[in-house]
Every structure is written in C-alpha cells, then in structure tokens.
Ligand binder design. Structure first.
Ligand code: SIN
Ligand code: MN
Length: 262
C-alpha cells in the first residue's frame, strides 16, 4: 500500500495521517479478542494501572500469532517504509487498553524524546503506526495531537516516574500551551479498524477514560534499521534489540488466521 503525494504532504505538514477503516471489522474484532485474552495473563509484559486493570501489553508480537502477523502487515509496514525511506525494524510494540472507567492518562510527550534519552536512538527516523481495535470516540480517551509540533525537534521534558505506572519523559504545561497556541489540538476519532500514523516528534497525550467503553489501540513503533538504538538501558521487551528488517507478509495474513479452524 502506497501513500499518495497529497498524503505525504499532509504528513509532513501536520505530523500525522488518519486512515479510516484500513482493517475490516472482522480483523479488528479478532485482534480485540486476542488482546482481552492477553490482559488476563500474568506476564511481565502486561503492565497494569494503579487500580489493577491492564494498561498496556508490551511485545505482544513475540507471544501471540495474530499480533505477530499485524506486526508485519503490509498495510502498516509499507507506508512506514515509504515515510522513513528504508527498511524498518520493530523498536517497540504496545497494545494499550485504556480500560473502561479506569484507563489512566498519558501525559504530554514526544515518543522520540524517550527513545533518544533512554535508548540513544540517533535520529528521529522512527515513527508510530497504530490500529484502533475499538471505536475511538470523544468519550473514551482518544489520542490528542498538537498538529505541526513535530517541526520543533526534541523539546525539553522531565522524567515523570509518578503519575502513572509507566515512566515517561513529559512536557511541562508552559511548553504545551505555547505549542498548542500555534498548532491547536485535535483528537482523531473513528471506527475500529482505523489506522493513525504519527511522527515520533509529534507532541501527544490522552485523557483518562471515564466512559464504560474500552479504547484498545495497538502501536507499532518502527525505526529505520541503520538508526537502531545504541543503548540497552530498558528491558529488551520494551526497547527491542532485534534490528532485523521486517519483511511484510501477504495482505490476507490476518484473514487466513480468521478462517483457520479453532
Ligand atoms: C502513547 O502515547 O504511547 C500511548 C497513548 C495512548 O495509548 O493513549
Ligand atoms: Mn507516545
């Protein structure tokens, strides 16, 4: 799947692209079921909110067949190869739950801020591509973006070890206010199966989910292979050390799994 010249221009200007309904309702529902089963597991890769509900499952592509296939899906890998101009490897893989009532905040941050400071990734030649496994609405804790903020480079940040169960380099309110005065703030929403690509420099956050509806989103963080991380400070299932280029699977790879007898 190739992005058009207009989509490339929009990504460059805004720092993100929204692709509604890229996966079918059946593909999304299958993966949502798999995510629920993973959240029930007692594994080191499943991190929980302070209340105990699942917050994120790291590295699900290494222990679940559906998520393995999604991690090499041509609808995701090919646009990212195009944007990063080269082969890519998986730097991080998360299935974020944002659970009903209890899904907690993700404070304002840039992903590359963490990848540079913690993992010594040389350049921001890496990005996120995410797949909605639930309908994402204004009500259930959507991602918030500051359009154009990826043009600012790495902005100053502090290491937040308190707010949630997951440590993150976060921006102060003054910086967020200044950036939002220029770029505004948007919350791309849409049905399960939709895809959101965003620059690793784009400033983003998400509010708590007080609604009774879950908001499961899978994030593939892909890095151009020569730009691999240089420091191994974090667990290998959080910041991966396998820099093998991903070879995209066939477009029907999930469909095949769905039609296999249970
Ligand atoms: C992230 O920024 O890495 C996750 C945010 C979210 O899932 O809401
Ligand atoms: Mn992030």
């Amino acid at each position: 799947m190739k992005l058009t010249a207009q989509q490339l221009e929009q990504f460059d200007r805004e720092g993100y692209l929204f692709l509604p309904n890229l996966f079918s309702p059946e593909e999304a529902a299958f993966l949502k079921n798999e995510a629920e089963a993973i959240y029930q597991m007692d594994r080191k890769e499943v991190w929980r909110e302070k209340s105990g509900v699942a917050r994120t499952a790291f590295a699900a592509h290494t222990y679940n067949e559906g998520f393995r296939r999604l991690g090499a899906h041509p609808r995701l890998i090919e646009p990212v190869e195009q944007l990063l101009d080269g082969k890519v490897y998986m730097h991080q893989y998360k299935v974020n739950a944002k659970a009903p009532f209890d899904g907690a905040v993700w404070q304002w941050h840039q992903d590359y801020g963490t990848w540079k400071r913690d993992d010594e990734m040389p350049e921001p030649r890496a990005m996120n591509i995410s797949v909605f496994l639930d309908d994402v609405t204004a009500a259930n804790g959507p991602l918030l973006f500051i359009p154009g903020s990826h043009k600012q480079g790495v902005v100053k940040a502090g290491h937040d070890l308190e707010t949630t169960s997951y440590p993150l380099w976060t921006l102060d309110r003054e910086t967020v206010t200044e950036l939002a005065e220029q770029g505004g703030c948007v919350a791309p929403t849409g049905p399960a199966g939709s895809v959101l690509l965003f620059s690793s420099l784009l400033v983003h956050a998400s509010p708590p989910n007080i609604s009774p509806f879950g908001r499961t989103i899978v994030y593939l963080s892909l890095c151009e292979t020569s730009n691999h991380i240089r420091a191994f400070n974090r667990e290998e299932w959080i910041a991966h050390r396998d820099f093998t280029p991903i070879e995209a699977l066939e477009d029907d790879c999930l469909q095949q799994l769905l039609s296999e007898p249970a």
